[in-house]
Design a protein. Sequence first.
Lengths: 237, 39
Amino acid sequence: MKRPIEIAAAGTMLTALVAGLAVPPDAVQGDVQRIMYVHVPSAWLAYLAFGVTLIASVAHLRTRDLRWDRRAGASAEIGVVFTGLALATGMLWGKPVWGVWWTWDARLVLTAAMFFVYLAYLALRRATDDPVIRGKRSAVFGIVAALQIPVVHFSVVWWRSLHQPPTILRPGEPQIDPPLLFALLMAVTAFTVLYAALLRRRVELAEAEDALLTTARIEEPVAGSAVVGPLSRGEGA
Amino acid sequence: MSDWGWVTIAYVLVYGTLGTYLVSMTSRIRRARRAQDGR
């Protein structure tokens, strides 16, 4: 069944698609600059998703409530998807504009590092079936991993970089023409609504998986006793 | 490749990935619930 948030996500994503393809091309880069309307929102949403993981991790450590742990894990997985998309679309934009798919630039390398760190976070979550141990370990990891988010964002300011500096989140007026700014903000809004829809679904999935795991753990001793039953009888004879 | 070629690949990649991710999650939720009901 479609929920209002999913209908809103579909609507805003469609509007963002039309806006991204209909606004005038960039004066310098031409039409290829339209990749910005999917590249920048992907990168921003990765920050947001990992920021939510940080908040949920802190909340889990304070309350020991597993619902916060599920939110942290769900948001991290979505963040990894958005980081992967930011990296991929960055390469697709870099090839025609810079002439290379990849360069060992601070922003690019740190974004790739962030991608792998959160992949490790997801792997850590699967290292145990015990939700209490999983929650504690991954909350600590989620808090430490978040330290790299500002480093990734400000890398273009702190180090000399091939990647362009911030266009909107910078001191002074945004350095972008209003129609292009509108399309970019529309895309960021659409991706944020989609993130909310994805998060809700992913949390629902985590709840269903945890319920299944709990049922399996309850049933385990019963199944085990059936298997070892004959051996027990043999031992008794 | 033309500018529009690069743009098309990027948009198909992003919209396709996010759409597939949402659909796959919905199907995984259904599967998990079916397994839970079957126990």
